[in-house]
Write a protein of this length. Structure first.
Length: 214
C-alpha cells in the first residue's frame, strides 16, 4: 500500500494557474500574440523556459537567446507581482483537511512541482509545515512529462515509486507520474486527464481512507 503522497502545487493545492496564464498573456503582448485557454492547458506543469519556447513556437516568432532571457525575467516579474498578495484563503477547497488526515495516518508528504517559485507560495499560503520534502523547479533539470521531479520525491522520502501516489492537475504531470511508475490521481476534468488512474474534481470530501481505493 501507499506510504507517501506527492503533490503538484499549481492547480492542485493552490489556484495559481490563473496567475501563470495572466502573466503569459501579458508577455505575449510584446509580440502581439494572444494566448488561448486551450493553449494554456498545454502549458500547465511545463517549466518556465519550455513554456516560453512553446508560445514562441505557436506565435511563429524566432527570438534570440538574449531576448528569451529578458522575456523569461519579464514573465516572472509579472507573475511575482500577481502572487504578491497570496494568502491562505487561496488554498484550494478541501486541501488542508485532506493533508491533516493523511498526516495523522502517517503518510509522508512531498511536493513535486516544476515551479521555481514554489517555496514563496508555500510560505505565503502557510502550507510549508505540511511538507516532509520539497522538490521544485530549482531541484530538477527535466520538465514534466519527464518523471525526474517525482522520482526525486520518492527517493528523497526513501520509498519506491509503487509506494507513492501523485496528485496532479496537468496532462504533463499525469504523464510524468505514469512515466515514473506511480499511481496518479487527476484533479480536474476527466476529459482532460484521461490517463490518470482516477480523476476527482477537487479535494472536497476526500478521505485518507479513499487512498486505499485509488
Ligand atoms: C508549473 C506550472 O507548476 O510551474 C506552470 O503549472 C509553470 O504553469 C511552471 O510554468 C514553472 O513555474 P515558475 O514559477 O518556475 O515559472
Ligand atoms: Mg499543476
Amino acid at each position: 500500500s501507499y506510504k507517501a503522497c506527492l503533490f503538484d502545487l499549481d492547480g492542485v493545492l493552490v489556484d495559481t494557474a490563473i496567475y501563470h496564464f495572466q502573466a503569459w498573456k501579458m508577455l505575449g503582448e510584446n509580440f502581439n500574440y494572444q494566448l488561448t485557454e486551450e493553449q494554456n492547458e498545454q502549458l500547465k506543469g511545463v517549466s518556465r523556459v519550455e513554456s516560453l519556447n512553446r508560445i514562441l513556437d505557436w506565435a511563429s516568432y524566432s527570438a534570440t537567446e538574449e531576448q528569451k532571457e529578458a522575456w523569461l525575467k519579464e514573465k516572472n516579474d509579472n507573475y511575482l507581482h500577481l502572487i504578491s498578495n497570496m494568502n491562505p484563503s487561496e488554498i484550494l477547497p478541501g486541501v488542508v483537511d485532506f493533508l491533516g488526515q493523511i498526516k495523522a495516518e502517517g503518510y509522508k508528504i512531498a511536493l513535486g512541482s516544476a515551479s521555481k517559485n514554489a517555496e514563496i507560495i508555500l510560505e505565503k499560503t502557510g502550507l510549508m509545515p505540511w511538507f516532509d520534502l520539497i522538490i521544485d523547479g530549482n531541484k530538477v533539470s527535466k520538465s514534466k512529462p519527464d518523471p525526474e521531479v517525482f522520482l526525486k520525491g520518492a527517493e528523497g522520502l526513501g520509498f519506491s515509486p509503487a509506494e507513492c501516489i501523485v496528485f496532479e492537475d496537468a496532462q504533463a504531470g499525469v504523464e510524468a507520474a505514469i512515466n515514473g511508475g506511480m499511481k496518479v490521481i487527476g484533479i480536474g476534468e476527466a476529459s482532460v486527464l484521461s490517463d490518470a488512474n482516477k480523476v476527482i474534481p477537487n479535494f472536497i470530501g476526500i478521505k485518507s481512507a479513499d487512498l486505499l481505493l485509488f
